[in-house]
Design a protein around this ligand. Structure first.
Ligand code: OAD
Length: 243
C-alpha cells in the first residue's frame, strides 16, 4: 500500500491536500467533536459554533474559543505538518494545501499559501459592522471584549455554521481541486460542506482521491484508496524523498 501510494505521489503533476481536525490530533489538539469533553460535553458543536449561539451566550462561546486558543498556543506542528511543508519547499507550486483547521499549525510548520477555509482562531474581529467608535486601540477587555462606546462585541475570526466561507480562498480551493491529478484527504470526517465537496470536485475532474484517516469517513465512497493510518504516521511515509 505505502509503496503504491508513494508512486502515485511521485507521478502526480498537481497535488491538493485537504486537511481537517485529525491532522492536528497528534499535536495534542482535540478534534472538533472530541473537544467537547469535560465541561463542554453537554454542548453540540452545531449549537455552539453559530452566530445565534454567540448572540445568545457570548461569554460561554467566547470562553470555549479562549480555551481552545490557549491549548493551541501550547502545542507544536507534528511530523505530518512538517512533512507537507518540507515537500512544498522541495517542490514549489506542486502541492496546494487546503485546510479546514483554524489552529495555524500548517502555517507554523512553514507551509506557504495555505488556503484556510474556516479562518484563524488566533484572530478576532467585530461581530457587527464597525462604527466610527469601534477602534482596535480602545477595545475594552472582557469575555468577550467590546467597544466601550457602542457595545459591539469582538468575535473569533473563524467561520461558524451557516456562514459563508472566505470567497477568495474558496474559489482558489475549487480551482485547485478541479486542476489536480491527486487529492489527499487527511484527517477530516468529510461531513462539513462546502469543504467536504472538494473531494468530489477532484474525483469528477479525473483526479485520484486518497483518504488518510484511522476511521471511516463520509467521503470513503468518493475515494479510490482509503488508508487507515494517522496523519503523523502516513504523511512522512508518503511525502519523503526515496532513499
Ligand atoms: P472532525 O472532528 O469532524 O473529524 C476529525 C477526523 O479526524 C475524524 O474523521 C477522525 O477519524 C480523524 N482523525 C482523528 N485522529 C486522527 C489522526 N491522528 N490522523 C488522521 N485523522 C485523524 O473534524 P473536521 O472534519 O475537520 O468547522 O471537521 C470539519 C469542520 O467541522 C471543522 O473545520 C469545523 C467543524 O464544524 C468549523 O469550525 C466551521
Amino acid at each position: 500500500m505505502v509503496e503504491a501510494l508513494r508512486e502515485t505521489v511521485r507521478s502526480a503533476r498537481a497535488i491538493v491536500l485537504l486537511s481537517g481536525a485529525g491532522m492536528s490530533a497528534e499535536s495534542g489538539v482535540p478534534t472538533f467533536r472530541d473537544a467537547l469533553t469535560g465541561l463542554w460535553a453537554q454542548f453540540d458543536p452545531q449549537q455552539l459554533a453559530t452566530e445565534a449561539a454567540y448572540r445568545r451566550s457570548p461569554a460561554l462561546v467566547w470562553d470555549w474559543y479562549a480555551e481552545r486558543r490557549e491549548a493551541i498556543a501550547r502545542v507544536l506542528p507534528n511530523a505530518g505538518h512538517r512533512a507537507i511543508a518540507a515537500y512544498q519547499q522541495r517542490h514549489p507550486g506542486r502541492l496546494t494545501l487546503i485546510t479546514q483547521n483554524v489552529d495555524g499549525l500548517h502555517q507554523r510548520a512553514g507551509s506557504p499559501g495555505v488556503l484556510a477555509l474556516h479562518g484563524n482562531i488566533a484572530e478576532d474581529r467585530w461581530l457587527d459592522a464597525p462604527r466610527a467608535c469601534c477602534q482596535k486601540e480602545a477595545i475594552e477587555p472582557g469575555r468577550p471584549p467590546r467597544c466601550p462606546v457602542c457595545g459591539n462585541l469582538r468575535r473569533p475570526a473563524v467561520v461558524w455554521f451557516g456562514e459563508m466561507l472566505p470567497q477568495a480562498e474558496l474559489v482558489a480551493a475549487q480551482a485547485a481541486a478541479e486542476a489536480c491529478d491527486l487529492m489527499l484527504v487527511v484527517g477530516t470526517s468529510g461531513e462539513v460542506y462546502p469543504a467536504a465537496g472538494l473531494a468530489g470536485v477532484a474525483r469528477h475532474a479525473g483526479a485520484r482521491v486518497v483518504i488518510v484517516n484511522p476511521h471511516e469517513t463520509a467521503l470513503d465512497d468518493v475515494a479510490h484508496v482509503t488508508w487507515r493510518q494517522t496523519a503523523a504516521q502516513a504523511l512522512p511515509a508518503l511525502l519523503a524523498e526515496p532513499g
